[in-house]
Design a protein around this ligand. Structure first.
Ligand SMILES: Cc1cc2nc3c(=O)[nH]c(=O)nc-3n(C[C@H](O)[C@H](O)[C@H](O)COP(=O)(O)OP(=O)(O)OC[C@H]3O[C@@H](n4cnc5c(N)ncnc54)[C@H](O)[C@@H]3O)c2cc1C
Length: 461
């Protein structure tokens, strides 16, 4: 074990604020290059689930509040808090697959790419997030809107059981039978969950053996017509097609460069022929003459999908993101956001809108904290690399959101900018879910050992 301070019974590493290496560890706790100026007193990296329980007891005994981290992909840097103990679970990353029952037990530090790769060896899959480096921990707790959402719904609907350490340091198993309330909260509470999850048991599904893509690129000026056409076509697509819009610079990284709207359909099927049939409604387009480019029925793989998203969200950049659910149609929402992308200070910034609202289950299909709050869903991302441009890019994101917020019905807790306004968190849940989360937090963590959601009072940087 590498260690700065050893504490009886606690494996892994423990680093205090004055120890050498503290600042590197603190910075690496957040994937975005925009590291918040928040400084935990102690950073613990447990090696096992047993160490997590030891760390929680140690924090309690020393009067330290606890923040948790799995992969550090929170856009607003939620694992970093001022003071207290950060328990970084990124070292817990095993994956055990039981192919016979099509289930897997995964630890929170495992990334989506690692999971999908391991499942591939068994002919199985799971709705992992769109970027390979996102860890399953924070992703599953937030709901998880991943690949193939029309069929699978939010990823947390396929969580069958969790192992967690509660505020009093006790390991518990939670499912619909054991600690059902905590299990309900673990499926959607996101970055305000009040226990440390050390493992998830997942329901898997047969791996789609043919994935194909159809992509149309139009000038940004055609955004209203392009979205009108594609949302119409969406009604003819089977749920196995994930359809999305992206507003971005044609060649990100060039300055300033023409802006485009891209319509992408990704079909998840069991044969090439089936995949091509799925994408049929996107093959012809009344705006075809105005398209800048198109690619029809291109075969692809999960690995290639991850390569593509890795290029759109490159590491070592600075990020700010926000989300909005809405019942306004995409033509209205994206027309407003097209005006925003046109003025983005960074040519890497983009606005994403999944058309089949990722994982909108029938109202009572799943009893869990995750709340799908609208028919449409958009996510603007500010992406830049120059620290001198922080204010301009964060300001741009806020203005982009202001242009659509009057049309909003809520936010998605995984990617909402919780530092933007105090109502973001509450508005990320259906009102009765929010009430229940509050009372469960009071019951499971009466002393407030675990930090709750970030708020605008928490400094960003
Ligand atoms: C590049 C990128 C792409 C993304 N793509 C998607 C996507 O396709 N779909 C989607 O739904 N989301 C997506 N997200 C959002 C992502 O799901 C959330 O940011 C999620 O919290 C990341 O998980 P993490 O473990 O890396 O988070 P972390 O930053 O490590 O944790 C965030 C918070 O979650 C809580 N938490 C984390 N681990 C635990 C644990 N083990 N026990 C208890 N609480 C814990 C803590 O409160 C923590 O502060 C993306 C984010 C990024 C940066």
């Amino acid at each position: 074990m590498s260690r700065h301070t050893r504490t009886r019974g606690l494996g892994g590493t423990l680093v205090r604020r004055d120890d050498p290496g503290y600042e590197d560890l603190r910075r690496s706790a957040v994937w975005s290059g925009l590291t918040p100026a928040r400084f935990p007193d102690v950073i613990v990296r447990p090696a096992t689930a047993h160490d997590v329980a030891e760390a929680v007891r140690l924090a309690r005994s020393q009067g330290l509040r606890i923040a948790l981290r799995s992969g550090g992909h929170s856009w607003c840097g939620s694992p970093l808090r001022d003071g207290g103990m950060l328990i970084d679970l990124s070292g817990l990353r095993t994956c055990t697959v039981d192919a016979a029952s099509a289930t897997a037990t995964v630890q929170p530090g495992l990334t989506g790419r690692e999971l999908i790769s391991e499942l591939g060896r068994h002919g199985l899959a799971f709705p992992t997030g769109h970027c390979g480096s996102v860890a399953v921990g924070g992703y599953l707790l937030s709901g998880g809107l991943g690949w193939n959402p029309g069929v699978r719904g939010p990823a947390c609907a396929d969580v069958m059981e969790i192992e967690a350490v509660t505020a009093d340091g006790e390991p518990v198993t939670c499912s619909e039978r054991e600690h059902p309330d905590l299990f309900w909260a673990a499926r959607g509470a996101g970055p305000g969950f009040f226990a440390a999850v050390t493992a998830f048991r997942l329901r898997l599904y047969p791996r789609p053996t043919a994935i194909t893509r159809t992509t149309w690129n139009f000038p940004l000026a055609d955004v209203a017509e392009a979205t009108h056409w594609a949302t119409g076509a969406a009604s003819e697509l089977p749920p196995d097609v994930e359809l999305s819009f992206c507003l971005a610079t044609a060649e990100p990284g060039t300055s300033p460069g023409p802006k485009v709207v891209t319509v992408t359909g990704t079909a998840f099927a069991s044969s090439r022929q089936e995949a091509d049939e799925y994408l049929g409604p996107l093959r012809s387009c009344p705006l075809a003459q105005r398209a800048l480019s198109r690619e029809l029925d291109e075969p692809t793989t999960f690995e290639a999908l991850y390569e593509g998203s890795g290029a759109a969200w490159p590491p070592e950049h600075r990020y700010a993101a926000d989300t909005l659910w809405s019942d306004a149609g995409f033509p209205t929402l994206l027309q407003r956001l097209a005006d925003a992308i046109d003025t983005a200070p960074s040519s890497r910034s983009l606005i994403l809108a999944p058309v089949l609202p990722a994982g909108r289950p029938a109202p009572d299909a799943h009893d869990m904290a995750f709340s799908a709050l609208g028919e449409s869903y958009v996510v603007p991302y500010a992406v830049w690399d120059d620290p001198r441009q922080d204010a301009a890019n964060i300001g741009w994101l806020r203005e982009a959101m202001q242009s659509v917020e009057p049309l909003g019905t809520g936010h998605y807790i995984a990617e909402a900018d919780l530092t933007a306004d105090p109502s973001r968190v509450r508005r990320s849940f259906a009102p009765d879910h929010w009430q229940r989360l509050q009372s469960l937090r009071a019951r499971y963590d009466p002393d407030g050992i675990f930090y709750s959601y970030l708020s605008p009072d928490d400094a960003r940087s």
